[in-house]
Design a protein around this ligand. Structure first.
Ligand code: PLP
Length: 428
């Protein structure tokens, strides 16, 4: 397999073990070695591996009808899944557009936001504001709004106009003596300033991950942060789009992470946990206001991909979401998540290189630092996060690491996102 040169891996210099099986919380490679999947890839495999109900639902759908193009037909699987999501999503988020993954869903959201303003006669609104600590995908528009400068660098001339403001990152950015309320207000003021700087009638949408995932390691917002942000958006007629590709679909213990923040976005983006890795699927869900503007305007969302609403992907996601509901797994996510954070705090209480442990539900980040007291990040050249990943993997544990990226101020971190089916012994 070392000579498997025909597949272009993420890192073409790396040779990887071959995954040959998966059972529950474990993955198995060609040598028979088992790995506890404590990150679900990148927070994807929320039901673990080989879940019989999901596997059977996929088989049944393929036996009946694998795929039908959505310009000719809809399918029961897609309709049922959309109804289920619309019924659970906050407020008037009632219209679901299925795509094949997170980046595609973000692109669809950005384009729909833009089209919304064209429909309502505000075509001058074309600027997006996002946060420096963010990842929204690798396609060009999603990359444009993302916060990792190093991911964007080679593609800068190809990107769409986007502006960035500070994230809600209390561990490093909350000032000494500043209350939570003051810090949150400062961030909302910064967004307001940015809107005014660009031109209050030129901004289309503010985009944020409800809980920051890959770039920072499960950084939750402080209470009231998103309510303040929503108020600023409303003041200037700017749409709020929340990216819950990682944090949504139960990962935080709520089906939509923003439920905990008591905020209703205009657009919410989901993927990963939606199909739990059994099939590639993501979705963009928009409000009645946006949907009606399109229906009553041009009547057509000027977008589309070959695999939107793919029947087999929708059947898989429907089975995943049904299992989560029927087995009351969100309660387990909340309980096991508390246990996970508590155990990490016990184990790493004195560790000189563990700066912060944070998260929500089974979405937990451990930030690694050179020095705990000063919060000094580790030297990037040491690639500590990569060493942690390799060492964990050698010992049969999968964790998702990332190097410090935001303005050179943020530490390396390790993301933990175990499956919702895990029990107390698995967490220990
Ligand atoms: N948005 C967020 C918050 C993500 O974490 C990711 C992927 O990690 C994406 C978007 C892009 O999703 P995908 O890799 O499925 O295109």
């Amino acid at each position: 397999m070392d000579h498997m040169t025909h597949i272009f891996h993420r890192n073409p210099r790396q040779s990887l073990p071959v995954a040959v099986g998966g059972e529950g919380i474990e993955l198995i490679d060609q040598s028979g070695k088992r790995y506890i999947d404590a990150c679900g890839g990148a927070a994807v495999s929320c039901l673990g591996h080989g879940h019989p109900r999901v596997v059977n639902a996929i088989k049944a759908q393929v036996d009946t009808l694998a795929y039908a193009h959505t310009s000719f037909f809809t399918t029961a699987a897609a309709e049922e899944l959309a109804s289920m999501l619309a019924a659970s999503a906050p407020g008037s988020l009632n219209h679901v557009y299925f795509v094949s993954g997170g980046s595609e869903a973000v692109e669809a959201g950005l384009k729909l936001a833009r089209q919304y303003y064209v429909e309502i006669g505000q075509a001058q609104r074309r600027f997006f504001i996002a946060r420096r600590q963010s990842y929204h995908g690798n396609t060009l528009a999603a990359l444009s709004i993302g916060g990792n400068a190093w991911r964007r660098e080679a593609f800068l001339p190809l990107l769409i106009p986007a502006h960035h403001v500070a994230p809600c990152y209390a561990y490093r950015d909350q000032l000494a003596g500043e209350s939570d309320a003051q810090y949150v207000q400062r961030l909302a003021d910064e967004l307001e300033q940015k809107i005014l700087e660009i031109g209050s009638d030129k901004v289309a949408t503010f985009v944020a991950e409800t809980v920051v995932g890959a770039t920072a390691g499960a950084v939750p917002p402080l209470a009231d942060y998103f309510r303040k942000i929503r108020a600023v958006c409303d003041k200037y007629g700017v749409l709020l789009m929340l990216d819950e590709v990682m944090s949504g679909m139960g990962r935080t213990g709520y089906l939509f992470a923003c439920e905990e923040d008591r905020v209703e976005p205009d657009i919410v983006i989901i993927a990963k946990g939606l199909g739990a890795g059994y099939q590639p699927i993501g979705a963009m869900i928009c409000s009645d206001k946006i949907f009606n503007a399109v229906v009553e305007g041009s009547g057509f969302f000027q977008h589309g991909h070959t695999y939107i609403g793919h029947a087999t992907a929708c059947a898989a996601a429907l089975a995943v979401q049904t299992v989560i509901q029927e087995e009351n797994l969100l309660a387990n996510v909340r309980q096991r998540g508390e246990q996970l954070q508590q155990r990490l705090r016990e184990v790493f209480a004195e560790h000189p290189h563990v700066g912060d442990i944070r998260g929500r539900g089974l979405f937990v980040g451990v930030e690694l630092v050179a020095d705990r007291a000063s919060k000094q990040p580790l030297a990037p050249a040491q690639r500590t996060h990569a060493k942690v990943k390799a060492e964990a993997m050698a010992r049969g544990l999968l964790v998702y690491p990332m190097g410090g990226t935001i303005d050179g101020r943020q530490g390396d971190h390790v993301l933990l996102a175990p499956p919702f089916i895990c029990n107390a012994i698995d967490i220990d």
